[in-house]
Design a protein around this ligand. Structure first.
Ligand SMILES: [Zn+2]
Length: 364
C-alpha cells in the first residue's frame, strides 16, 4: 500500500502539460548571430556577396534590431513566450560538454545525454549508446510515434536505426511509409530532381517539407528535424547564404509553430526545442568558417525553448552554464519520463529551469 502511494506521488511529481516534443537543430549556427544579429565585420568582408542588399535586409544599428531582422520568430514569439539560453554578452553560457566540437559528437551528446569520447568521428559508425528518441519510442503511447527527418545522411548511424528501429528519413531517401498521401508521394519524387549541391546531404527545404507533411498526416508525439545548411555555408565562406538560410529556417520554425498552435492535437501540449550541434570560432575574421578541437570558442552554443511548461523568461541572464548533454533528460522529463534511470549509460540531469515547478498533487 505504501509502495503504491510512493509510485503515484512520483508519477504526479512529473505531471507536465507537455504531451509532445518537436526538436529542431540548425547545424553549426552561432550564438553570436542569434543574439547579436549580422556581424558588421563579416558583412563588410570578402565573405559577403551582394553587400548592399544584405545590409538592407539584415543590418541595423543595435543588436536588438539586427537579430530581429535576421530571426523574427525567435525575437518575437520565443523571446516573449519562451526561453533563450547562451547569451554570453549577458553572462549566460550554453555549451557542448564534448571536447570535439563537431557534428557527430554534438548530436550524440544531445540525444544520448552523454559526451562519449568514443564518438569522435563524422563517419557513419553505429552509435553504441541508447538515445532518448529510441527510449521514448518504446514507451506506451509513443510506439511508432517518434520520427526524424534529417538533411545529413549520417543520422541513421548516429541514432543507430539498426538497433533502435527508429523512423529516420535522412539524406535523399524516400519516405516509404507515406499512407498514399499525395503530397508525401510528390516529395519523394521531387527530391530526386531538386538541386543536390550538398552531395548526399539533402537540402533543408526538402527535409522541412517532409517533416511538415508528416506532422500533419501522422501526428507524431516526438519529431526531430535536423537542418544542415548553416554549417555548409559557413565552411564555404559564404556569409550571405549562412545568414539567408538562418533567416529561412526561422521562417520554417514560425510556420511549424503556427501549425502546432492551431492543431487541436498539438495546441498548448507541445514543447519546441531549437538548438545546434556545436559553435564556431570568433577570434579572427576568418574563424567563423570553422569549428573543432583547435578552434577556440567553438564549444559555445545556444538553446531556445517554448511550450506549455516553460516559463516566459525570454533571454536567460543568470550566470549559469547549461550543457547539451542535459537535453536528453530534459526532453524525457518534459514528457514525464526518466531517461537517465533507464539509458544504461552515464546521462546528465535535465535543465530544470526549462520546466515550471512540478505540480505537487498530494492527496488528490
Ligand atoms: Zn561543420
Amino acid at each position: 500500500m505504501l509502495f503504491i502511494l510512493v509510485i503515484s506521488l512520483q508519477l504526479h511529481a512529473q505531471d507536465h502539460k507537455t504531451k509532445n516534443v518537436v526538436i529542431v537543430t540548425l547545424d553549426g549556427f552561432r550564438w553570436q548571430e542569434l543574439f547579436r544579429g549580422a556581424d558588421s565585420s563579416l558583412l563588410n568582408s570578402k565573405y559577403t556577396g551582394s553587400k548592399a542588399e544584405m545590409k538592407k535586409r539584415f543590418w541595423a544599428e543595435t543588436a536588438e534590431e539586427r537579430r530581429k531582422k535576421l530571426l523574427p520568430f525567435f525575437w518575437s514569439t520565443i523571446v516573449n513566450d519562451g526561453q533563450l539560453y547562451g547569451n554570453r554578452d549577458l553572462g549566460n553560457c550554453d555549451e557542448v560538454a564534448n571536447k570535439y566540437h563537431f557534428s557527430y559528437p554534438g548530436y550524440n551528446e544531445i540525444f544520448t545525454g552523454f559526451p562519449d569520447e568514443r564518438m569522435n568521428t563524422n563517419n557513419p559508425v553505429p552509435n553504441p549508446n541508447m538515445n532518448v528518441l529510441e527510449y521514448l519510442n518504446r514507451q506506451r503511447g509513443f510506439e511508432n510515434k517518434v520520427a526524424v527527418f534529417a538533411s545529413w545522411e549520417v543520422f541513421p548511424a548516429i541514432l543507430n536505426v539498426e538497433r533502435s528501429g527508429l523512423k529516420v528519413n535522412a539524406g535523399y531517401t524516400d519516405l516509404t511509409d507515406n499512407k498514399d498521401n499525395d503530397r508525401l508521394k510528390y516529395l519523394n519524387e521531387m527530391q530526386h530532381n531538386a538541386p543536390h549541391y550538398l552531395g548526399d546531404t539533402r537540402i533543408d527545404f526538402m527535409t522541412y517539407e517532409f517533416g511538415k507533411e508528416y506532422l500533419k498526416e501522422y501526428k507524431p508525439r516526438v519529431m526531430y528535424l535536423a537542418f544542415d545548411e548553416t554549417d555548409d555555408m559557413a565552411h564555404a565562406g559564404n556569409y550571405k547564404t549562412y545568414l539567408t538560410q538562418a533567416h529561412q529556417e526561422d521562417a520554417y520554425l514560425q510556420e511549424l509553430w503556427q501549425f502546432i498552435q492551431a492543431d487541436p492535437f498539438y495546441k498548448d501540449k507541445t514543447t519546441l526545442i531549437v538548438t545546434c550541434d556545436h559553435g564556431r570560432g570568433d577570434m579572427s575574421i576568418d574563424a567563423w568558417r570553422s569549428h573543432g578541437v583547435g578552434v577556440k570558442n567553438s564549444e559555445q552554443t545556444w538553446v531556445a525553448v517554448i511550450g506549455p511548461d516553460t516559463p516566459h523568461d525570454g533571454i536567460i541572464t543568470t550566470a549559469t552554464t547549461t550543457y547539451h548533454k542535459q537535453l536528453a533528460q530534459s526532453i524525457a522529463k518534459l514528457l514525464g519520463f526518466n531517461f537517465k534511470a533507464n539509458s544504461g549509460h552515464e546521462t546528465a540531469d535535465a535543465i530544470e529551469t526549462m520546466m515550471a515547478a512540478e505540480k505537487r498533487s498530494l492527496g488528490k
